[in-house]
Design a protein around this ligand. Structure first.
Ligand SMILES: Nc1ncnc2c1ncn2[C@@H]1O[C@H](COP(=O)(O)OP(=O)(O)OP(=O)(O)O)[C@@H](O)[C@H]1O
Ligand SMILES: [Mg+2]
Length: 354
């Protein structure tokens, strides 16, 4: 069993606390993604799991061993970095076999492992080249190959796609997903890109400011964000957020009038209403009045940026057959998807779906 457990993990640099009481379990074979904005502590957390960064307090276990004081090697993990970190003067084969040779592995076993990994990653024709003779995508595959040959119990990835161009990023992302499918090994993957997180993860951990905001499957986070931070972070384009006031009659808003109360308990007072862009619809008559400020074409759909009568901005996503132009006056209505509601502290208010 190579599950990874974090129990009240903290990290401080001097007096600065960069990670606070992180509790987490990553199951054997799971693909877990840490996502969050720059500086939130993703790399630090991953490096602590790898053994490259000291753990200030708390317990880290991999399988049934507490590994806080074990060296990276003893933890049975392999890490792939954003910068590839290949030896420039060694060939692809040389880079892949270096660690195995150091551990005095049998030559035939080394060759067999390299052949297997090279085939899986389709880098067989590149084995005698040096990194400078490879494209960025090929270098990243070599870096992944170097991790695979070590046959780790846990793979760690720190933003492995961010040096690649857009097309290659999608392709390499698929390769990593296929690799996980094939190997079934526990993987922990760091990114600031919520699309990568949504497409790769079994489980997403959203971090902000050194603290876990929510843990769940991609769809749990999308459908039931635990707070305003997760609501704004997961989903592209971002969820629209409107201020409202909950009372006995319903939820009073500046632009959309009074919305019906959802079933279930609703605390009275200030609330924030979250509506995804695909749940806002444009109409020629009725609805909240708005002016179109920008239209973006995605191909099959359009994004329409709107200025509502009270000055708030909103984005609607919809079919391209009713495409307005900037400056148009339009109506905006709310679709039938359940609303997201957040209390004065930004926490989700659980309501039963209507
Ligand atoms: N050696 C250090 N000394 C002091 N502070 C540090 C040190 N290393 C990192 N930090 C701080 O810890 C915080 C978390 O850094 P970390 O590199 O984990 O962020 P990240 O989420 O990986 O960001 P990015 O997406 O930009 O890579 C940052 O505020 C950073 O400035
Ligand atoms: Mg980082």
């Amino acid at each position: 069993m190579t599950d990874v457990r974090l129990d009240k993990i903290c990290k401080t640099y001097g007096t600065v606390e960069v990670l606070k009481d992180i509790d987490l379990s990553i199951e054997d074979g799971e693909f877990c993604v840490f996502v969050g904005p720059s500086g939130c502590g993703k790399s630090t957390l991953l490096r602590m799991i790898a053994g490259l960064e000291e753990i200030t307090s708390g317990d880290l276990s991999i399988g049934d061993r507490r590994v806080n004081s074990l060296s990276p090697k003893e933890r049975g993990i392999a890490m792939v970095f954003q910068s590839y970190a290949l030896y420039p003067h060694r060939t692809v084969r040389g880079n892949m076999e270096f660690g195995l040779k150091l551990s005095r592995m049998d030559r035939r076993e080394i060759d067999a492992r390299i052949a297997r990994a090279a085939k899986m990653l389709q880098i067989e024709p590149l084995l005698d080249r040096r990194p400078a003779q490879l494209s960025g995508g090929q270098r990243q595959r070599v870096a992944i190959g170097r991790a695979i040959v070590r046959d780790p119990t846990v793979f760690l990835f720190d933003e492995p796609l961010s040096n690649l161009d857009a097309a290659l990023r999608v392709e390499t992302r698929r390769e990593i997903a296929a690799l996980h499918e094939k190997l079934g090994t526990t993987m922990i993957y760091v990114t600031h890109d919520q699309v990568e997180a949504m497409t790769l993860a079994d489980k997403i951990v959203v971090l902000n400011d050194g603290a876990v905001q929510q843990v769940g499957t991609p769809l749990e986070l999308y459908d039931t964000p635990a707070n305003l931070f997760v609501a704004g972070f997961i989903g592209s384009p971002r969820m629209n957020l409107f201020a409202g006031e909950a009372g006995p009659e319903g939820i009073v808003t500046a632009s959309f009038g009074t919305l019906p109360r959802p079933d279930g308990p609703l605390p009275e007072g200030n609330v924030t209403i979250g509506i995804r862009p695909e749940n806002l619809h444009l109409t020629s008559e009725g609805g909240a009045r708005a002016r179109v400020t920008l239209v973006e074409h995605l191909g099959n759909e359009i994004l329409v940026e709107l200025a509502l009568a009270d000055g708030q901005k909103a984005v609607a996503q919809g079919p391209r057959n009713h495409c307005p132009t900037p400056g148009d006056s339009v109506g905006v209505t709310i679709g039938s998807e359940p609303l997201h509601l957040f209390d004065g502290l930004g926490r989700r208010i659980e309501t039963r779906s209507p």
